[in-house]
Design a binder for this molecule. Structure first.
Ligand code: 5GP
Length: 187
């Protein structure tokens, strides 16, 4: 059995197929390109989970744009629950002052991570700051944050694939799925 087949065997249900994701990312790209026409956009993405989404989304936006990457980790939580305590592991590599910034996120769950990031980025005085997330789990929101572009609303389930991990595994799956409950046993 190949490594990928092993990973897929841990998935109980596929929520979003590769084709559904590609089609929705193309829609988002068209919408963003129309909204930012004539402006120079900076896409800021947050490693590691947003990596496939960022790579696909930027190629669906036919505008001059810059990208920058941050890496954050939340601490004090568990492998499936965020704590809202965020540590910046990698900061922006260039100034975003007076830039039109679109923050590209993989998933918004409680909103605590995003809330921290939005405050942090606002402090750098961008001309504008909007939020784009591939996945949104509104059922668990603790902080109200307006999301400007949303790929899919999903139910309150822990998902993996297309960048999202459980214990650093499953990021390379081409779809978004729910792990079988046995995989969490013992957490
Ligand atoms: P929040 O701070 O909104 O609760 O959580 C945001 C972060 O928690 C995401 O960027 C992601 O890293 C992680 N996260 C939240 N929900 C999920 C999920 O269903 N699956 C995975 N793999 N990570 C999640």
């Amino acid at each position: 059995m190949t490594k990928t087949a092993d990973l897929e065997a841990d998935i109980g249900e596929i929520l979003l197929t590769e084709e559904a994701i590609a089609s929705r990312v193309a829609d988002l790209g068209r919408q963003i390109a129309a909204d930012y026409a004539g402006r120079t956009l900076t896409l800021v993405s947050v490693l590691k989970g947003s990596l496939p989404f960022m790579a696909d989304l930027m190629r669906q936006i036919p505008l001059p744009l810059r990208i920058d990457l941050m890496e954050v980790s939340s601490y004090g939580g568990t492998a499936t629950e965020s704590s809202g305590l965020v540590r910046i592991i990698k900061d922006l590599s260039a100034s975003i002052a007076d830039e039109d910034v679109l923050l590209v996120e993989d998933i918004i769950d409680t909103g605590l991570t995003l809330n921290y990031l939005v405050r942090y980025l606002r402090g750098k005085n961008p001309a504008s700051l909007r939020i784009c997330t591939l996945l949104d789990k509104p059922a668990r929101r603790l902080v109200d944050i307006p999301v400007d572009y949303q790929g899919f609303e999903i139910p309150d389930q822990f998902v993996v694939g297309y960048g999202l991990d459980y214990g650093e595994r499953y990021r390379n799956l081409r779809f978004v799925g729910v792990l079988r409950p046995e995989v969490y046993a013992g957490e």
